[in-house]
Design a protein around this ligand. Structure first.
Ligand code: GUN
Length: 282
């Protein structure tokens, strides 16, 4: 069986790094970094994620601000709130949990966040920075994936990396980060013909689709490194990824579990991004 890439353990290390940094920053600048998290409506999955983000911020010692808005809030009102936070000097990072209710245009909301406070790295100027190879805020989940690969000493140079999924949040940015490490990157998606034929080429396989059991052992090259970004509920309501762990872990050299793989790393990297925004603002 493959080795486990333990995101829970690694996220604890990262959060401890942040905790020391927060203490240093407070000593040096007389204030702590402050992360503001906005949630709109009552999506249960989003509520769990947001609660965990605020809990992580508290653990690191940074300030956090949770703004809970009803699902009925107007787009205008949400944009006004963001504008207020943009000009609030005590706020370093702003995160609006996605997805948003249908009557709110997500693109408008992302565009409204000041790029220097965009801890998600979703603003067009941060996305442009990533693709142009500038030193900029990197989205949390892709950053967490890279940190997991680095923690196991996995060399990506010249390797074939297959990313399944092409979202702005995970698929596209993680593909760019893998490319930056000189991997040969293939992006597969829902329209890919013969997905198995593509995934079997992968030395490193990153799956971020949102479909339980999409990747089975027969679709994996022996010795592959498998990163499962999926967060699904199975028939019994148990959390599971996009990768069938039982059959794939037989073939993999390294594999992330769900839960306890990428999920905790996303939150840990959010803490890192908040520190980064703070440093750029003081
Ligand atoms: N929804 C799912 N993942 C994310 C994320 O990384 N950031 C935000 N803001 N919303 C999300």
């Amino acid at each position: 069986m493959g080795n486990i890439l333990d995101g829970k353990a690694l996220s604890a290390v990262v959060k401890d790094e942040v905790r020391s940094e927060v203490a240093e920053l407070e000593k040096k600048y007389g204030r702590k970094p402050c992360l503001c998290v906005i949630i709109v409506g009552e999506n249960p999955a989003s509520q769990v994620y947001v609660r965990n983000k605020v809990k992580a911020a508290a653990y690191t010692g940074m300030e956090s601000l949770l703004i809970e808005l009803p699902a009925s809030v107007s787009e205008e009102e949400l944009l006004r709130k963001i504008s207020e936070l943009n000009s609030d000097d005590s706020v370093d990072g702003i995160l609006v949990q996605l997805p948003l209710p249908k009557h709110i245009d997500e693109e408008k909301v992302i565009d409204a966040i000041a790029p220097e406070k965009d801890v998600d790295g979703f603003h067009p100027s941060n996305v442009a920075g990533l693709w142009l190879g500038k030193d900029c805020i990197v989205p949390c989940t892709p950053a967490g994936v890279m940190r997991l690969l680095d923690s196991a000493g996995i060399d990506l140079c010249g390797k074939t990396a297959v990313v399944v999924g092409r979202s702005n949040i995970v698929g596209k940015p993680v593909a760019k980060l893998l490319l930056d490490r000189n991997a040969t990157v293939v992006i597969a998606h829902s329209r890919t013909a013969d997905l198995g034929a593509v995934t079997r080429q992968a030395d490193v396989l990153v799956v971020a689709v949102g479909r339980a059991g999409l990747i089975t052992g027969d679709m994996v090259k022996p010795g592959a490194v498998i990163i499962d970004v999926g967060m699904n509920r199975d028939a019994e309501g148990k959390l599971c990824g996009d990768v069938d762990f039982a059959s794939c872990s037989e073939k993999a050299s390294w594999i992330t579990p769900v839960p306890g793989g990428v999920g905790p790393m996303t939150i840990a990297m959010l803490m890192k991004n908040t520190i980064r925004c703070f440093r750029a603002r003081v």
